[in-house]
Design a protein around this ligand. Structure first.
Ligand SMILES: OCN(O)CCCc1ccccc1
Ligand code: NI
Length: 187
């Protein structure tokens, strides 16, 4: 079972590598890794288990954060609608690609954090507001999905990890809270 001890922190060079594509058909090991990564996210979002296992809440996890330089990420974005318990987006993505994106940009009003970053880094992380991605799922099936709002932000954060990019690389150093016209602030 993955715990915080398995997550490498900034300074580890693996976080700055471009991760390698995963070969198909998926190996048993890569399938199990995907399962373990999703289990971590589920545990991290369960108040009892997170407390028990001392986990930071996570909505995504990328294999490089486990010192595994492979293009695999698990994403679990919980529902933002109290009427509907269905997660906004939940899947394990193998070899994800951003096929297209909106001209409009967006950022989270509270900025971003990262399980591999043990410090606050204030500032807006400006990303594409909407993206269309392709990826292979755990069954080896090719998926094509359009994402917007929080799910789009999280998936871009995760794909960044596969390319050795950290969220604070996007923050304007001179004025971390500067915003151009038309940027959607997501709260
Ligand atoms: O890479 C996953 N991770 O470090 C957990 C935090 C994920 C995340 C947090 C804020 C905005 C987008 C994504
Ligand atoms: Ni991260």
């Amino acid at each position: 079972m993955i715990t915080m001890d398995d997550i490498i922190r900034e300074g580890n060079p693996t976080l700055r590598e471009v991760a390698k594509e995963v070969p198909f058909p998926l190996s048993e090991a890569d399938i199990q890794l995907g399962k373990d990564m999703m289990e971590f996210l589920e545990n991290s979002q369960d108040p009892v288990k997170a407390e028990e296992l001392n986990l930071r809440g996570g909505v995504g996890l990328a294999a490089p954060q486990l010192d595994i330089s492979k293009r695999i990420t698990a994403v679990l974005v919980p529902s933002s609608d109290p009427e509907n318990p269905e997660p906004e987006f939940k899947d394990v993505l193998y070899n994800p690609k951003i096929l297209s994106h909106s001209v409009q940009e967006a950022c989270l009003g509270e900025g971003e954090g990262c399980l591999s970053v043990d410090r606050e880094v204030p500032g807006y992380v400006v990303r594409h507001a909407r993206i269309t991605i392709s990826y292979y799922d755990m069954q080896g099936k090719k998926q094509k999905v359009r994402l917007k709002n929080y799910a789009a932000i999280v998936v871009q954060h995760e794909i960044d990890h596969l390319n050795g990019v950290m969220f604070y690389d996007h923050i304007n150093e001179k004025n971390p809270f500067s915003l151009k016209e038309g940027i959607l602030v997501i709260d």
